[in-house]
Ligand binder design. Structure first.
Ligand code: FAD
Ligand code: MLT
Ligand code: ZN
Length: 491
């Protein structure tokens, strides 16, 4: 039996499991080397830091199943991890080292990709950008995109029911997943990978696993829906007076075409932040505008109206009627990419821009303009010195409502003392508006207490019952999304 290099202290049960994994599946399947583990112990924003005495990296579904069965028998907790780009601390292990990390990154095969059936079967560790490239090479598209495309994995995207910038036309991952293969908390394999148009065998286990954040099973592969490839696209940057004008512009475009796939809003102060922190970015418009919208229209049929002509035809009257104040349609792919680079760099710019509290929220779409303005003013009035910025997926009724700290605060103190009060206030405003405290990023550890606080008892009772039914020993991703018992939920 291979002796393991002891990093962080392991319990006898953890050590036994790691040694068995190494013995059965070889040196690639586990490491206890603290240097190899360290990069995976904090979340992307650096807000959560954990410990794990070992990082397990199975290469096949059967290896995942064997590991989970061992863990279930021994009561060893596991934290599933893909690209570690999650925004709610869902992939960060507990700080006490009581859980092992289980990475799906080695399972990175695209098992099949069929242009005929418009389906791809990708293993959990496939990176989003790689799947998108493989689909394009076959004349198709996987229509989900987000700023973390170079790291986010299929397993993570399924497990967080990710959204991104194409939800407007294609929906979230929940709409794009046609089948799921997963290992359940007892080590059994759920084989729901077949893409059946109809399947009414009781509760939909695939849908239950989508968005479960690794708490009900470990996704090992998914069947994903593809759409026709892009023949051409047009990307426009439009200046508008307010979120209300932006939404009216979206409704005007939707009345004229179904080709708009993305419609992203951001305030000028967010554009300013990107220009300040992200080299090589420049203002798309010559005029100063309070709000900006990035619009992408796509043609998938060579006979269709070219998207640039389509947007020009629809934006011209909007400009004449004051719905839009200024607009530019990218004159080249390079310029189109430069517009998108601004949008997808916001998170990175924010990380460089100092302490801020992130709230990924949704309210009914028609109420979003009012929420963005009034909610922002209310937050700033209630917490003097802060700056509320809201940007993102306006057409989905989902914005990232971020509250930036006053200048000069001690970040750790501000996060610890003001943070909970500010986030609770924002969430209270969202719930009062009939919205959700998590639109696309999930709950993770970041919002678990707020989910408890703000949910109807019936919702928490059912969530806990499902967790207890599938994972009675609580070995999968403890401390995330929902606890087994109410008292365990307290932060
Ligand atoms: P991880 O971060 O590794 O894990 C996320 C969660 O899923 C954790 O709870 C983890 O335990 C669980 N998990 C991971 N793999 C598995 C598996 N195989 N089986 C079971 N559970 C698993 N998200 C959006 O929705 N929309 C956006 O527009 C968006 N933009 C982003 C932009 C940037 C710059 C960044 C850094 C992130 C962004 N995200 C966005 C968040 C993030 O990319 C998504 O949540 C993504 O789905 C996470 O994928 P991942 O592979 O990194 O998962
Ligand atoms: C985005 O839309 O940019 C992402 O969801 C990340 C974020 O919340 O900043
Ligand atoms: Zn987003």
């Amino acid at each position: 039996m291979r002796r393991v290099l002891i990093g962080a202290a392991m319990t006898p049960a953890q050590r036994q499991l790691v040694e068995t994994v190494l013995h059965r599946f070889g040196p690639k399947a586990a490491t206890t080397d603290p240097q190899a583990i360290a990069p995976w112990l904090s979340d992307w924003r650096g807000r959560y830091h954990g410990q794990a005495p070992a990082l397990l990296s199975p290469g096949t579904t059967d290896e995942v199943a064997a590991i989970v069965a061992l863990a279930a028998d021994a009561g060893v907790a596991l934290v599933p991890q893909g690209g570690n780009t999650g925004m709610v601390g869902g992939a960060t292990p507990p700080a006490d080292g009581s859980a092992l990390l289980l990475s799906l990154r080695r399972m990175n095969r695209i098992r099949s990709l069929s242009p005929e059936s418009n389906l791809a079967v990708a293993e959990a560790g496939v990176i989003l950008a790689d799947l998108r490239a493989a689909a394009e090479a076959a004349g198709r598209r996987f229509p989900l995109d987000l700023g973390a495309r170079g790291s986010a994995t299929i397993g993570g995207l399924v497990s967080t029911n990710a959204g991104g910038t194409q939800v407007l036309r294609f929906g979230t991952m929940r709409s794009l997943v046609a089948g799921v293969e997963a290992v359940l908390p007892d080590g059994s394999i759920h084989n729901g990978i077949a893409a059946l148009k109809k399947d009414n065998r009781g509760y939909d286990l695939n849908q239950l696993l989508i968005g479960a954040e690794g708490t009900l099973g470990i996704v090992t592969a998914a069947t994903l829906r593809l759409v026709p490839g892009m023949v051409s696209r047009a990307v426009a940057w439009v200046g508008v007076e307010s979120p209300a004008s932006a939404l009216a512009l979206l409704r005007r475009l939707e009345a004229g075409t179904s080709a708009v796939e993305s419609f992203e809003i951001l305030p000028d102060k967010t554009l300013e932040l990107v220009l300040r922190h992200v080299p090589g970015t420049r203002r798309p418009l010559a005029s100063a505008q309070p709000w900006h919208v990035l619009i992408e229209a796509v043609a998938t049929d060579a006979a269709a109206e070219p998207p640039a002509a389509l947007l020009e035809r629809l934006l011209a009257p909007a400009l004449e009627q004051g719905l839009a104040a200024d607009a530019v349609i990218a004159a080249s792919e390079a310029q189109a990419e430069s517009f998108w680079r601004i949008r997808h760099s916001i998170s990175e710019a924010e990380r460089a821009g100092g302490p801020a509290l992130q709230h990924d929220i949704s309210v009914p779409v028609e109420d979003m303009p009012r929420f963005m303005i009034e909610g922002g003013a209310e937050a700033e009035a209630r917490f003097p010195g802060t700056e509320a910025v809201a940007y993102g997926h306006l057409g989905d009724g989902n914005v990232h409502f971020h509250v930036r700290a006053p200048a000069g605060v001690d970040p750790a103190v501000w996060y610890a003392e003001d943070g909970p009060r500010i986030s609770s206030h924002v969430h209270d405003m969202v719930v009062a508006a009939g919205g959700s405290i998590s639109a696309e990023h999930g709950i993770g550890q970041m919002k678990r207490a707020e989910l408890e606080r703000l949910s109807a008892p019936s919702r928490m009772t059912v969530l806990r019952a499902i967790k207890a039914a599938l994972d009675p020993r609580g070995i999968l991703n403890p401390g995330k999304l929902v606890a087994l018992a109410p008292d365990a939920a307290s932060p």
